[in-house]
Design a protein around this ligand. Structure first.
Ligand SMILES: Cc1cc2nc3c(=O)[nH]c(=O)nc-3n(C[C@H](O)[C@H](O)[C@H](O)COP(=O)(O)OP(=O)(O)OC[C@H]3O[C@@H](n4cnc5c(N)ncnc54)[C@H](O)[C@@H]3O)c2cc1C
Length: 459
């Protein structure tokens, strides 16, 4: 191959979805390159969860995720759910009575943005109308949009007896669940290959411009660098989009944040295998015995362990059949660093996660100091300041980007890839397209809007 119509750098979920949708709209000679195996860097190390529930300053993120879930639903139906998408939902809890009004108003906000109706469940009689759906599959026939808002502690404990008795309110977001990102990605890649997309294990080392327009790329394989002519280039390099953009003298407004997840066994079944994704929505102090506390107080460099930790710890069962695995995540001190591999080790992370988990699921106290085979993996959230992706043209003719997919890249990949393909071929665009263009940062009104914005809802 000495030329291609388009070269996509990065075969994570974003690059693969872009290749798939470009091939679907009839683009040919698509070359997808990755220096590693497809999906191996970030996309296979995520929590693999999805939701349409995005508290935000407008409806763009809700619309993007709703569209992506529509597309994933279609694929799931077409493939007999080869990527094992379930619709168990996200279940948020608060134990703070004074937080209930903001818990409710945040739910109303997302509902108005397009998340679907909020159904209040505050009396026992209302329980009959709540339809929990805790299967491994997904079902379009039952009411799975919007969210169920529980304001009756007794009702919450009837449904979720394994959760802390301190819980006062719960929100069950229904158009949500998890899937196999690897299977979804491989399905899209195989379909793209059937349409002629070529994948090569190559490292992109340069982009050639002539008269300010992309004219080719330099690709390295087995130590040899070759030149390939192309006039279209997509930067889908995940946490490395910044360094790839610098090859074009473009600085991206992004940063990378380390996120690691704990995978361990739950031999005592403290969390049922059919649980939804559970989120502790309160800040908390870690559980320590009085002797542990005294020991920590005596070590100045460890005293931070006694300070307040942020909200957002979440967990879910992992695997089916006889699996007893669970995954636990909590970005309690997610450091902002340039990406490096292997990931930096944090000797306290697993212990912190398990102690935090015990606040939400008291049965997990039995595992403190006694881990059932823990393993940590993860990667980087690549983020913009207001935590929205970059999908569209770069300021170089022929160059495009799909990235900054933060902690939502699996759930939005299909809609993001579809959007970028539409931008590249010049077809009609959805309303949310302009929300993700990089040139939004040259709009002063937009900059004012996001100046004091604290991104909400990202786990
Ligand atoms: C711990 C964790 C939990 C997460 N949980 C969720 C979740 O529950 N739901 C969700 O939707 N999202 C989640 N995410 C986010 C999601 O995983 C990412 O947004 C998504 O995987 C990003 O996909 P990508 O294709 O942009 O990047 P990647 O998957 O990183 O792919 C980029 C690819 O580019 C390649 N590349 C880079 N430079 C070059 C080069 N010079 N030449 C050739 N190839 C190159 C890399 O090898 C890599 O394969 C999570 C992320 C983490 C870290």
């Amino acid at each position: 191959m000495d030329k291609a119509q388009i070269v996509i750098c990065g075969a994570g979920i974003a690059g693969i979805a872009t290749a798939y949708y470009l091939s679907k709209v009839g683009v040919r000679e698509i070359l997808l390159v990755d220096e590693a195996s497809p999906l191996s860097l970030t996309s296979s190390n995520s929590t693999e969860a999805y939701r349409n529930w995005w508290p935000d300053f407008d409806n763009a993120m809700v619309a993007l995720s709703n569209r992506s879930i529509d597309l994933m639903d279609d694929f799931a139906i077409k493939t007999a759910n080869i990527f094992r998408m379930n619709r168990r939902g996200y279940l948020y809890f608060t134990s703070q009575t004074d937080k209930i009004p903001s818990f409710c108003s945040s739910a109303e906000t997302v509902s108005k943005l397009g998340g679907g109706p909020v159904r209040i469940r505050d009396e026992k009689s209302a329980a009959s109308k709540y339809i929990p759906f805790f299967e491994d599959n997904f079902d379009n026939d039952i009411n799975q949009s919007g969210a169920d808002l529980f304001l009756d502690a007794e009702l919450i404990h009837n449904y979720f007896p394994y959760i802390s008795k301190d819980v006062k309110a719960a929100l069950h977001v229904r158009r949500a669940g998890w899937l196999s990102a690897q299977q979804l990605g491989m399905f899209l890649l195989n379909e793209a290959r059937k349409q002629g997309v070529v994948f090569k294990s190559q490292r992109l080392v340069g982009v050639e411009l002539s008269k300010g327009q992309v004219s080719g790329v330099y690709l390295e394989e087995n130590g040899k660098i070759g030149f390939l002519r192309t006039s279209l280039f997509v930067n889908a390099a995940g946490p490395l989009i910044g360094s790839i953009a610098r090859l074009l003298d473009v600085n991206l407004p992004i940063y990378t944040e380390l996120h690691q997840k704990l995978i361990c066994n739950d031999p005592l079944s403290v969390m049922p295998r059919n649980a939804p994704l559970l989120v502790w929505n309160d800040p908390q102090y870690l559980l320590f015995s009085s002797s542990e506390r005294s020991a920590i107080e005596a070590e100045p460099e460890l005293r931070w362990l006694l300070e307040e930790f942020p909200s957002g710890l979440h967990t879910r069962p992992e695997g089916s059949g006889s699996s007893t695995a669970i995954v636990v995540l909590w970005a309690h001190h997610a450091p902002i660093i340039d990406p490096i591999w292997p990931l930096p080790e944090d000797p306290y992370h697993s212990e912190i996660l398990m102690r935090g988990l015990a606040k939400m699921i008291p049965g997990a106290k039995q595992y403190i100091g006694n881990f059932p085979r823990p393993k940590l993996d993860g990667g980087y959230y690549t983020k913009t300041f207001e935590n929205r992706p970059l999908i569209g043209k770069l300021p170089i003719e022929g160059a495009y980007i799909i990235g900054a997919l933060s902690g939502f890249g699996i759930m939005t990949a299909c809609a993001a890839g579809e959007l970028l393909a539409a931008i590249i071929v010049g077809s009609d665009l959805p309303d949310y397209a302009s929300a993700f263009e990089i040139n939004r940062y040259s709009n002063l009104e937009y900059l004012k809007l996001i100046k004091n914005y604290v991104s909400d809802g990202q786990l």
